[in-house]
Ligand binder design. Structure first.
Ligand code: ZN
Length: 424
């Protein structure tokens, strides 16, 4: 059994103890002491960090037999250390106080918040978790936002009244006669935490000495959880940290939007509406523009005679294309993305007798090939020829195919496409 110094004095930051056991644990050591101020992970509260004989304490474990194991990092090779932990040796311990005090604020705040929720709303706390950034309590049932606000107000009144928070030890029989907030989970001697005239709970954690040291209790958010509700809350320094982050975010938003903080939600809503309207208008204009450009490109098409039995064309066996063996060929470099090129090519090929090759003005280029349903020309094979010659990857169907990464000037790609279509 390790003597837990924090049980009686949670404000103890340094202590001296005798080493009882040292065991290697990987590249670390497990160290047992006769007494310690280090808090082990238990009851929803994380362990303390700090140093033992100048070596870093990286974990503290609550053992089944009532002992506490300190997991200590070995000094790295070459690092000078006057510490050789050995049984019987005296050792000096120092806990990381800012981390511990933060845990004390959150943990005491949890007692007060859980008690306030029980008093104001009649809802019990099922479990508590003190996390690295936020802490949570799980309630047995869901509360309304107004109920949560009322309990939060009550909890902060208790903070501002700066009530003493005291520790006492009682037997199970004595405890049975006391108005504990929660039925104790174990028997034997119980450690009670008493927030004067407000909350009495059995708890092995570390707490501040007066409720005023909690600073503030702020509920950050809530969500439905396992048939009840999970509340996220911040106390003291963590609440200040969150306030600073909100303040910076708010200031940046106010600067960007040039409105007062309370006008931000309505302003964002209006901007979203405007953006939707503009998107609709742009889409309508694009459709109209594509139709216009398609008409213009179709009008400038070149009439070509296709080889009567073109090798590699279509594969349908049909000679030529339209009844007279001619087709309207559109070859053009267009400033558009893949979707724009496809929409344009498809619009032109919707009329009979067209073969369309469009190349983007970027380099490497995008190439889209489309053909009318009556044109026995394979868009796929034209694309395969172009990627074979200039590189890039592509594919598609006989009516519509495309490729990206075709590395040549647009004019060269179009010339190669024309040669292939007319003379293959
Ligand atoms: Zn506690």
């Amino acid at each position: 059994m390790t003597d837990r110094l924090y049980y009686r004095d949670p404000y103890l930051r340094t202590f001296d103890a005798t080493v009882e056991k040292v065991e290697p644990r990987g590249d670390r050591w497990s160290v047992a002491l006769d007494r310690t101020a280090f808090y082990p992970t238990t009851g929803g509260q994380p362990f303390d960090t700090g140093t033992l004989g100048g070596l870093l304490v990286v974990d503290v474990v609550d053992e089944e037999d009532g002992g506490i194991t300190h997991v200590v990092q070995q000094p790295s090779v070459g690092q000078a250390s006057d510490t050789s932990l050995a049984p019987g040796q005296r050792v000096h311990g120092e806990i990381d106080w800012p981390r511990r005090f933060d845990h004390m604020q959150q943990h005491t705040g949890q007692h007060v918040l859980s008690a306030a929720i029980l008093k104001v709303c009649g809802a019990r706390t099922v479990s508590f978790h003190l996390g690295a950034a936020v802490s949570t309590i799980d309630l047995e049932r869901e509360l309304s936002p107004a109920q949560i606000a009322a309990a939060e107000t009550e909890a902060n009144h208790v903070v501002w009244e700066d009530r003493p928070v005291t520790i006492r030890f009682v037997s199970a029989e004595e405890a049975a006669a006391l108005p504990l907030r929660k039925e104790p989970a174990r028997g034997g001697t119980l450690r009670l935490i008493d927030v004067e005239s407000f909350d009495l709970s059995a708890c092995g954690g570390t707490h501040v000495a007066r409720s005023g040291a909690i600073g503030i209790i702020a509920v950050a958010s809530w969500e439905r959880f396992k048939g009840g509700q999970r509340l996220e809350f911040l106390c003291g320094g963590r609440a200040l940290g969150r306030w600073r982050s909100f303040r910076d975010t708010m200031a940046a938003s106010v600067r960007l939007l040039s409105v007062l903080p309370e006008e931000i939600p309505a302003t964002v809503e209006r901007m979203q509406g405007d953006a939707r309207e503009q998107k609709r208008a742009a889409a309508a204009l694009q459709t109209e523009l594509a139709r216009f450009r398609a008409g213009e490109l179709a009008a400038s098409a070149e009439r070509v005679r296709l080889p009567p039995s073109p090798q590699g064309f279509g594969g349908t066996g049909r000679p030529g294309t339209t009844s007279d063996g001619e087709a309207s060929l559109v070859l053009r470099a267009v400033d558009a993305d893949a979707n724009g090129l496809k929409a344009l090519a498809t619009a032109i090929a919707a009329s009979p007798g067209y073969v369309v090759v469009l190349v983007s003005t970027t380099r490497p280029a995008l190439v889209v090939v489309a053909r009318s349903s009556d044109a026995a020309v394979s868009a796929q094979q034209i694309i395969a020829t172009l990627t074979g010659k200039f590189g890039g990857r592509g594919g598609g169907k006989p009516e519509l195919a495309q490729a990206g990464g075709v590395d040549a000037p647009a004019e060269e790609i179009l010339t190669a496409a024309r040669v292939f279509i007319v003379s293959s």
